[in-house]
Design a protein around this ligand. Sequence first.
Ligand SMILES: [Fe+2]
Length: 375
Amino acid sequence: MRAQSSSKAAIADRLAAARRRTYELIEPLDDEQLNRVYSPILSPLAWDLGHIANFEELWLVQAIGKREPLHGELGRFYDAIENPRKSRGELPILRDAELRAYLADVRERTLEVLEEVEIGADVDDPLLREGFIYEMLLAHEQQHNETMLQLMQMVDGYEPLHDADRGPAAPPAPSGPELVAVDGGEYEIGAPGAGFAYDNERPRHSVVLDPFEIDRSPVTNGAYLAFVEETDAEPPLYIERDGSDGWVRTAMGRRDPVDPAQPVVHVSWHEADAFARWAGKRLPTEQEWEAARGRLHAVGQAWEWTSSDFLAYPGFEPFPYREYSEVFFGDEHKVLRGGSWAADRDVIRPSFRNWDLPQRRQIFAGVRCARDAGR
Ligand SMILES: [Fe+2]
C-alpha cells in the first residue's frame, strides 16, 4: 500500500507541475487574448484550456470516478473531432473567470478520485493499470501546451516568462562527419510492452532495413536559408528578409536576427522534402529514424519530418479509443519524430510518433536528411 500511495503522490505532483506550466504560459495574456481567434488552423487559447479540463473531466472524473459532468452537455464543444479548429472561436465555450473555475473544479475532483482508485500493475481495468489514464492525461496537457505555444508565435508582444520558451536552442556543433552510417539488418521498432505509450507505438515489431546514412545534426537555419536563396523557395514561417541581405525572425511581434546555428523550424513536409533533394539526400523513413536514435545529435529541438505515412503497426489495437490514432491512419498524414523545444521532456521517447498534414508549417517542425549507403 505504501508504494501505491507514494506513486499517487508522485502523480499528484506531476499533475500539479503540468498545470503550473499551463498557467505560466498564459500568465502574460489577458482574457481578450485568450478568446481571440488568431488563425483558422489554431484554436483560441480559451478552447485549449477548456478542452484540457474537459478531457480530464471525461476520463478521470466521469469515466473513472463515475461523477456527473459539472456543466451538463458542455463537453461536446470541446470534442476535437466534432469541432474543427476553424469553428472553435464561435462555440459557446467557457471563458474568463468561469473557465478558470472549471479548470480548478475539475482538478479538485480528479484528486478526490485519485485517492479512491487502485493503480497498481495488477489491477483489472486497463485504464488504471500502471496509472495509464494519468499518464495519458499528463501527456495530453503537455501536448496542448506545445499547441498553445504554436499560437503564441502569432501573439504580438507575447513575452514568455521563461527564455527557453522563445524558440529552439542552438546546440554546439558535434564533432565527426556530417552523416552517421547505420548498418542494414533487423531492428526492433515501437514501444516495449510495459510502460506508458500510445496505442500507435505498439506492438513492438521487427523490420529489416537496408544500410543507410543519416545526418548527425538537424538542418540549421543557415543551411536552410542557403537553399531558399539558391532556389527561391519560401523562407520558413516567421522568417523574412531584414531589408538588406540578412534574415529576421518575426514571431511574437519581435524582430530578432536569425541565428544560423539553430535548427530550422516551421517548414512543411513538402519543403523538408524539397530541401533534402536539393542537398542530394532524402527524408529518412520513420523506421530508419528510430533505428538511428541514440546516434543522433540535438534530438528534441525540432520535430523531424520523415518520409513515412502515418500507418498502423502490424497487429495494432486501438486503446483507449479509436479517435486517438486510428482515425488518422492513412496516406494523408506524415510522421514526425523526435520532439521540439516546446515539447515536455516526458513526452519525448524513441518510439513516439507525431503526425500532421504535409502542408502544415505552424508546428515546430524541421528536418534531418538521410541517404542510401554507398552514395
Ligand atoms: Fe486534445
